[in-house]
Design a protein around this ligand. Structure first.
Ligand code: BYC
Length: 331
């Protein structure tokens, strides 16, 4: 556990020990939130606020890291040098997002080792979406368009999150996600102008990624156990269902532009509200995937564990170098 630089109270909080929080402290904290002040790492905060942020930011970081795998699967098979370079740059961005997010979570007193350990042991969650396979090149287009598109929808409000380090990290992440979304859409625009087999490949990818993309926003508002408190603390600004609706409203016209049929017989535009109504999400599938039983959960975790083990020598070399530099500075 990283506790250097934290005062005694923070050390207790970081170690999970109960600390007394007075009604006055809690009220003053909520006043700061209501006044739209940013909370910074060294400010007083309720222990539950700290824990909620560590949970959400670390899950977000893990999603970026695990999320490199489905696309990495296509790096060696990208259809041209140009597509390969673009995809490589996108995947490297995702690694960068993971690193900013781990750093933002570390400011709350949790160590990188602890977070990575929780991911590798299977204890920590990461986004459900990355447990689906990438079967064809069209899946790479679908991920950029739908998955990064859903991520932007969720992350733009996080730029106004009450916790400063998370909000600031999100600004750059969102700019990069916007490029990712465009690269995915561009792949699909190209396929939409292709032959019948390419169009069919694109429709097949869309059929498989549509519903899991809607699940990315989390359970419905009535089943979302953290939403009420996270909204009161202005960690979340817009509810899971509202964001999902915004995503559907923005994406259906893009699907039409691409000549795709949305795989939902219940989808229709409500002329009165101006919103698309859509069918019931298979919540059992969502629960199965987040419980570790999706199509690729085991494969994703095994690959991450192997990558971590294979990287041990890099960590050891960096440690040895840092020790040598410290010894030189002390001499
Ligand atoms: N998958 O009370 P709720 C990317 C969990 S990566 C798995 O609504 P909350 C990209 C939730 O954690 C972008 N688990 O929770 C990278 C909670 O479980 P615990 C990823 C999910 O936190 C590479 C429980 O269900 N984006 O763009 O208020 C390549 C109850 O849910 C999911 C983020 O991580 C899910 N889909 O709201 C390409 C965004 N949904 O913790 C692209 C940051 C819910 O109690 N996170 N759960 O065990 C958030 O905004 C929020 O955490 C959520 C959930 C909206 C996801």
């Amino acid at each position: 556990m990283y506790t250097q630089g934290l005062d005694q109270k923070d050390k207790h909080a970081a170690s999970g020990q109960a600390i007394a929080e007075s009604a006055e402290q809690l009220a003053a904290f909520q006043e700061r939130i209501d006044a739209e002040e940013k909370i910074e790492a060294k400010d007083w905060m309720p222990e539950a606020y700290r824990r909620t942020l560590i949970r959400q930011i670390s899950q977000h970081a893990h999603s970026e890291i695990i999320g490199m795998q489905p696309e990495g699967n296509w790096l060696t098979r990208a259809p041209s040098l140009k597509r390969k370079v673009i995809l490589l740059a996108k995947i490297q961005d995702e690694a960068g997002h993971g690193l900013y997010l781990y750093a933002a979570a570390e400011t709350l007193g949790v160590s990188r080792d602890q977070m990575v350990g929780d991911l590798l042991s299977g204890k920590a969650k990461y986004s459900s979406i990355f447990n689906y396979p990438t079967l064809t090149w069209a899946d790479i287009g679908a991920i950029g368009w739908l998955v990064d598109g859903a991520a932007i929808m969720n992350q733009i409000p996080l730029c106004r999150c009450s916790f400063g380090p998370y909000a600031r990290a999100m600004v750059r992440v969102c700019k990069e996600e916007s490029f990712h979304q465009r690269q995915g859409f561009d792949i699909l625009v190209t396929l939409s102008r292709g032959n019948d087999a390419q169009k069919a490949m694109m429709q097949d990818a869309f059929d498989r990624w549509w519903w899991p993309s809607l699940m990315m926003f989390g359970p419905s508002d009535t089943d979302s156990k953290h939403s009420a408190q996270s909204m009161a603390w202005k960690i979340k600004r817009i509810s899971n269902d509202e964001l999902r609706q915004k995503f559907v409203d923005a994406t259906v016209p893009q699907a039409e532009f691409l000549g795709l049929k949305v795989p939902d017989e219940d989808l229709r535009l409500n002329a009165k509200t101006g919103h698309y109504e859509f069918g019931e999400i298979d919540w059992q599938e969502f629960l199965d995937v987040i419980a570790g039983n999706g199509p690729c959960n085991k494969q994703r975790l095994a690959k991450r564990q192997k990558a971590h083990a294979d990287g041990a020598w890099v960590r050891e070399a960096a440690q040895a170098y840092a020790s040598k530099q410290a010894a030189r500075a002390a001499a």
